[in-house]
Design a protein around this ligand. Structure first.
Ligand code: AHR
Length: 823
């Protein structure tokens, strides 16, 4: 049973007006073929082209940037995984195929200076080319689909355009191409039936040659007629978002100057917009650009939050600094973007906006300087952007990526990102409780349970809801929050999980979607004082023991639960046995290379071995280590955070499914008698106890032991207890209370597998009838195309609310209670 005492008379502060929003990034083909419903993949014929600063690696799969960052490219098809799972047939020009016709990329005679390729097709009589879209083209009976193209031909060629699936033509139209230079041709295809996996076929009954400069096929019906896919925009609307962060994410940063997102490339007629190879392994044609984002914000009444590149490429991808000249251009590009949104029609960029059909200024409320950038180079660039933006547009609220205020920079708000497992989120409900109230505002711009077996399932959504409760409790400093990533085309997934999953004609929200919807729709005006008591859930203790060192380490007699323990995974380095003694040697060059190729962020300068199996649980691990002066080593056990995430599953086929960067045991770090105990966390390890010293003379073997019953961890050296540490835990019931003048809003998460009768007491009268919006189900319940609403919020009406009453919070649930105040 939990207790919740609510003091409405004690209003803590107003809720943050824009707290809940969305973060759109073009990842997992969220843009083209998704929110921007172009049906034709490679509509610019440029997908196989490499941008400046990129080179083929020579294996037909990978490319390498000038700074050494390696990625999969597959001649523009993207990840090898997509090629395999979508059974993409080889073709030199991605998504385009020919029968009785010859295709060739034309690199000189292109449509305009921003187009780097055109498609030259020599048709034999009856020959055709076809485009397979984003895993097929869908059509609905009776609906109209505008098709337009820019093409030329020395002599007139009559082309038949049809939508075909399994030899059946759902729609047809004809256009005669001819004349001097590129000409725009328009037609409309009206389908006589439903299909999901069709192709656009372009056929000529006579022999002839045509040069295609650009071609597009899109639905006639889009949200508000503004060109975006209706079901997806409606899903966004359902979240009641107050702001939209765009366009990224890592895509803003790019991995070379040529792949950085710039405002100037995303406005104007779509066929004139240069494309961008995105760091998420495919090219965007930028039809979904700055103007479209602002329009979407206006359509859904969201405050725009634009993220600009700040003069450096993605630091997580071997980032490079832009030259002074390029930096200046980037700054100017950002200032131009602002003017495009806010400037009057007689300003240079305001005029461009008007030319795009929007004479009135848009809103542009927030501007984030960089994405996930840090360090002295960032600080320098941040200050430059901050100064120049604020000088001209003092009303824009700027956002920094890191706490640069600690180094003297002026900061209004800082964007913090959290990707972790369920335990992290539930254990950190109080994360912002101790933040400096005088410090900058906080934007939790990216957050998701993306580790562990519950990713994308109900239990993950509960953990995320618990964390959101923590944000709501701290709305005096937490001003904005969004989940990431927002969208995923299931046929091109580059990340997991994602809030809204779709294919070319269907979409559904994962359980987390409903949490954000429930929270986004029920915000209240004030956060009121409340106290709660409940049971405790200890973090599950599960995993193996490990030894890690920065140089060769000698050990003997490793024992798990009283029995000799063997090394089960030589993750880095090799173990050699001499008599009773083992030597954990540093990795050789070959091992380092294999390791780093698989896990780019891992530290290859350490030796690292694992004892035992994954399902090993609580118990005792002991090992004798030869302590040496200056030897830093770590003993780790109970890897509660072992990951079976999407990326692990990808690796599963490789010889070693173990993903060292995901193994996060509790770590006992020892060097020269000084110890710390904690767990890895970003940006720095989290300490679970004060540092302590041990008596372990160098040059001798000492017995280190580690023991736990699942609630307490005990550390021993030579049989003497050194520390007793509480296993991290979280309350089973987590709640926050807000109110309006009329209503009290209780958000309550029950993380336990039992119904929790919550004893609620209030300091005011309420109507007996109340409503609850409820999300509940099996711990591992999830949604799918087959069962899109398997886990969803439901509204129920209940009786019995009073100054003191019991609400039975179902097992594994999120509840939003609306209590009506009595007049
Ligand atoms: O949301 C996916 C990526 O995660 C974003 O691009 C980046 O900002 C973060 O690292």
């Amino acid at each position: 049973m939990s207790q919740l005492q609510i003091q409405t008379k004690n209003r803590k502060f107003e809720t943050a007006k824009d707290l809940y929003g969305i973060f759109f990034e073009d990842i997992s083909r969220a843009g083209d073929g998704g929110l921007y419903p172009e049906f034709l993949r490679n509509r610019t014929f440029e997908d196989s082209l490499l941008p400046d600063g990129y080179e083929e690696k020579g294996d037909g799969v990978h490319v390498v940037t000038c700074s050494g960052w390696e990625d999969e490219f597959n001649n523009g098809e993207g990840l090898s995984y997509w090629v395999e799972k979508n059974k993409i047939a080889p073709t030199p020009i991605p998504a385009w195929y020919a029968e009785h016709a010859q295709m060739e990329l034309e690199r000189k005679d292109t449509l305009n200076a921003n187009r780097s390729a055109a498609l030259r097709v020599h048709f034999e009589a009856g020959g055709y080319v076809y485009n397979t879209g984003f895993h097929g083209i869908p059509q609905k009976q009776g609906e109209a689909y505008p098709l337009y193209l820019f093409a030329k031909s020395d002599r007139p060629v009559c082309l038949e355009f049809s939508i075909e699936e399994d030899g059946y033509q759902f729609a047809q139209s004809r256009l005669t191409i001819g004349g001097e230079g590129y000409v725009r041709y328009d037609t409309i295809l009206v389908s006589d039936g439903d299909c999901e996996n069709a192709s656009l076929v372009i056929r000529s009954q006579e022999e002839g040659e045509v040069l295609f400069g650009f071609i597009s096929l899109m639905p006639g019906k889009t949200y508000n007629g503004h060109g975006l896919r209706t079901d997806l925009v409606e899903k966004l609307k359902g979240l009641n978002p107050s702001f939209m962060r765009f366009p990224g994410g890592c895509i803003v940063e790019g991995s070379t100057l040529s792949t950085v997102m710039m405002f100037k490339n995303t406005i104007g007629p779509v066929w004139e917009r240069p494309g961008n190879l995105l760091v998420w392994h495919y090219r965007s044609y930028n039809g979904l650009g700055y103007h479209e984002y602002l329009q979407l914000c206006e359509d859904l009444d969201m405050e725009p939050l634009y993220v600009c590149n700040c003069g450096m490429t993605c630091q997580g991808r071997r980032g490079v600094l832009l030259t002074d000249e390029e930096l200046e251009e980037m700054l100017q590009d950002t200032l131009n973007a602002i003017e495009y949104a806010l400037g009057p029609v007689n300003s240079k960029w305001g005029r461009q906006r008007a030319a795009m059909g929007h004479p009135a200024p848009f809103r542009l409320t927030y501007l984030e300087i960089g994405n996930e950038n840090w360090g002295p180079n960032y600080e320098e660039r941040y200050q430059l952007f901050y100064r120049e933006i604020k000088k001209r547009y003092p009303q824009i609220k700027t956002i920094a990526n890191t706490h640069v205020e600690e180094h003297g920079c002026p900061v209004e708000c800082v964007d913090e990102h959290f990707y972790n497992n369920v335990e992290f989120f539930t254990e950190n409900v109080g994360y912002y409780d101790s933040y400096d109230r005088q410090g900058p505002g906080i934007f939790v711009g990216e957050q998701a349970v993306n580790e562990g077996i519950y990713s994308g399932k109900l239990y993950a959504a509960l953990g995320e809801a618990a964390f959101l409760v923590g944000l709501e409790r701290n709305q005096d400093i937490v001003r904005l929050a969004s989940y990431a990533p927002l969208f995923e085309n299931v046929n091109y997934d580059a990340w997991f999980p994602n809030l809204i999953r779709f294919d070319n004609h269907r979409s559904f929200g994962i359980p987390t979607y409903y949490v954000w919807r429930m929270f986004g729709k029920n915000r209240g005006k004030y956060v009121v004082e409340s106290t709660q008591e409940s049971d405790v859930i200890y973090r599950p203790m599960k995993g193996m023991a490990s030894l890690k060192a920065k140089k060769a380490l000698h050990y003997r007699n490793p024992i798990w639960e009283g029995a000799p323990a063997a090394v089960t995974h030589e993750l880095m380095g090799h173990v050699k046995k001499t008599g009773e003694e083992f030597c954990l040697e540093m990795p050789d060059e070959q091992q380092k290379e294999v390791f780093l190729n698989k896990m780019r962020w891992a530290d290859a300068e350490k030796s690292f071995v694992i004892f035992g199996e994954e399902d090993q649980t609580c118990g005792r691990f002991e090992v004798e280590v030869l302590v040496e002066e200056d030897l830093a080593f770590e003993i780790g056990v109970f890897s509660a955070r072992i990951c079976r995430s999407f990326f692990d599953q990808l690796q599963e086929t490789e010889q070693d499914a173990w993903h060292a960067v995901k193994i996060r045991p509790f770590l006992w770090k020892i060097k020269d008698g000084k110890c710390s105990f904690g767990e890895p966390a970003f940006p720095e390890d989290r300490k679970l106890t004060d540092d302590f010293t041990i008596d372990a003379a160098p040059g001798e073997y000492h017995r280190f032991a580690y023991e736990t019953d699942g609630q307490v961890i005990r550390l021993f050296v030579d049989g003497v207890l050194q520390k007793e540490i509480k296993v991290p835990s979280s309350p089973s019931f987590i709640s926050v209370v807000t109110e309006t003048e009329e209503e009290i809003i209780i958000k309550a998460v029950n993380m336990s597998g039992e119904v929790d009768p919550v004893n609620i007491t209030l300091d005011c009268d309420v109507e007996t009838l109340y409503t609850v919006t409820l999300l509940t189900g099996a711990k591992d319940a999830e949604n799918s195309f087959e069962k899109p609403k398997n886990v969803r919020d439901r509204m129920i009406s209940l009786r019995g609310a009073a100054e003191s009453f019991v609400y039975e919070a179902p097992a594994y649930s999120v509840s939003v209670l609306l209590l009506k105040k009595k007049a």
